[in-house]
Design a protein around this ligand. Structure first.
Ligand code: NAD
Length: 276
């Protein structure tokens, strides 16, 4: 009995925890998605990278991730606002890896404006990329996961999937929607070994946030340090940014066998922001 417990929690005879698994991570050429892809690769999973960027840089990233971890790493440039592109990415991943065990819906964009001036096309783009893409990707992979009796869906939502801020109507609506979607899928997969959880980060140090800091400092003519202290970390009690490594470590845990009972959760990783 004790041996069984030790082998389940320990390093499994030298095997990496996600060896033999394969994952699609959307929006993984940068920031949180990249951090999660790196953590899954280190844990032994084959990974399909996705996202925009310079092709040469992406190829360098792909090949080093594969070589460093001795796993298969592929890249697909699918635009998450296109259902057809998402379905083709799933076909390519299944053909290359044999199956898709893990789906990380991470790609996301932001636009900040008061409701009266919020551009309708920005609303549509945020809904498509931050919410509908998760539906298309899960729909294309879910039944096969259920048939195999193992699947892991992780939706990168946000603290804004749990609470709101002004001027972020589309983002807040999409992230709340993503949390609801997470719960519905958890119920549908529960008897089949397929879990579905949302990670809800507070502010994480990524290119997306760095650009917002620069924009606010310039447009309000205030110092960068003041923007960080008085705007970004104002509501984050730890007074530090969360890290992409923290998102990666949680994702690896959620993909493991010991997280089999954890499903339908919206997990804040926000330095206590939503504890207020
Ligand atoms: P980021 O800008 O660093 O990375 C976004 C990634 O998504 C990039 O790889 C980009 O190429 C990709 N992407 C954007 N549009 C795409 C599209 N149409 N199709 C395919 N890929 C696309 O951003 P990030 O900060 O790492 O954010 C990642 C996710 O985490 C987003 O869903 C975001 O809402 C969420 N999030 C971020 C924070 C934060 O503080 N950084 C906090 C909470 C939630």
């Amino acid at each position: 009995m004790l041996n069984a417990l030790v082998s389940e929690t320990g390093p499994m005879n030298g095997r990496k925890p996600l060896e033999g698994r394969s994952a699609i991570v959307t929006g993984s050429t940068s920031g949180i998605g990249l951090g999660i892809a790196q953590a899954l690769a280190r844990a032994g999973a084959a990974v399909m990278l996705n996202g925009f960027g310079n092709p040469a840089d992406i190829e360098t990233l792909r090949s080093s991730l594969a070589d460093d971890n001795d796993i298969d790493v592929a890249y697909d440039s699918a635009d998450m606002s296109s259902r057809d592109a998402i379905l083709m990415m799933v076909e390519r991943a299944a053909a290359r890896f044999g199956q898709v065990d893990i789906v990380i819906n991470n790609a996301g964009i932001q636009h900040v404006a008061p409701i009266g001036k919020f551009p309708a096309e920005k609303w549509d783009a945020i809904m498509a990329i931050n919410l509908s893409a998760a539906f298309h990707l899960v729909q294309a992979t879910f039944d096969a996961m259920c048939t195999r009796g193992y699947g892991r869906i992780i939706n990168v939502a946000s603290a804004h999937g749990l609470i709101a801020s002004p001027f972020k109507s589309a983002y807040v609506a999409a992230k709340h929607g993503l949390v609801g979607f997470t719960k519905a899928i958890a119920l549908e997969g529960a008897e089949f070994g397929v879990t579905s959880n949302a990670i809800c980060p507070g502010y994480v140090w990524t290119p997306l946030v760095e650009h917002q800091i620069d924009d606010q400092a310039t447009s309000n003519n205030i110092a960068r340090d003041a923007v960080i202290r008085d705007v970004f970390l104002k509501n984050q009690p730890t007074k530090r940014f969360a890290t992409v490594e923290e998102m990666g470590a949680l994702s690896v845990f959620l993909c493991g066998d010991l997280a089999a009972s954890m499903t339908g959760a919206a997990i804040p990783v926000d330095g206590g922001w939503t504890a207020h």
